[in-house]
Design a protein around this ligand. Sequence first.
Ligand SMILES: Cc1cc2nc3c(=O)[nH]c(=O)nc-3n(C[C@H](O)[C@H](O)[C@H](O)COP(=O)(O)O)c2cc1C
Length: 187
Amino acid sequence: MKTLIFNGSPRPDGNTSFLIDELRSVLEGETVVVNAYTANVAPCIDCRECWDSYGCIIHDGMDEIYGHIFAADAIVIASPVYNCELTPPLLGIFSRLQSFYAALRFLGVRLIPKGRFGAVVLTGGGDGSSAHAESSARMFLRHMGAPPQALVTSLKTDSLLACEDDRAIEDIRALGRTINEIGKTKQ
Ligand SMILES: Cc1cc2nc3c(=O)[nH]c(=O)nc-3n(C[C@H](O)[C@H](O)[C@H](O)COP(=O)(O)O)c2cc1C
C-alpha cells in the first residue's frame, strides 16, 4: 500500500504537519509526503501542448510528483486554509493536473488509474469558511482518480492547536486505520 500525502503548509512544525505525522504514525506500507512549499513546481501556463500530445512540457519537480500520483493507492490532501482556499503553492501544483484533464478531453485517453482512496485534511484558524478549500481538494482528488472518502478537520487552531484537538487526533488516526484496512484487501 502506497499513500501519497500532499502537505500544503509552509510550517514544518505546524498544525497540518502535526496531523500528517499522526497519520504516518498509524499508516502501514509506504508513505510519500510532497511538501508544496519546497516541491519546486511551476504553475500551469495554459500553453495547450497537452491538448495535442500526452503530458506536460514543463519539466520540474512535478515530474517526480506525477510518478507518485500514478503509483499511489491512497492520496491525502492536507492543507491549512488560506483565504478560504488551499494554500497557493498547492493550487499551483494541482493546476498541473490539467494535462490529465486535457488527455481525457482532447485525446480521449484516461491517463490516471481509477479506484484509489482519497482523503482531505484541513486546518484553519477559525476565521473564515473552509468550504471552498474542501471543495477544491475534493475536485483535485477526483482528477487524480482518488475520489474523496474521508475528511479530517481542525478548524480552530487560533485557540486550539491541532496537537490539542482530541477529536482531530482521533479522526486522523481513524483515517490511518481505514487506509491500512484497504491495504489488507489489496494484498
Ligand atoms: C495568509 C493566511 C490566510 C489564512 N486564511 C484563513 C482562512 O481563510 N480561514 C481560516 O480559518 N484560517 C486562515 N488562516 C489561518 C491558518 O489556516 C491556520 O493558522 C492554520 O492552522 C495554519 O496551519 P499550519 O500551522 O499547518 O501552517 C490563514 C493564515 C494565513 C497565514
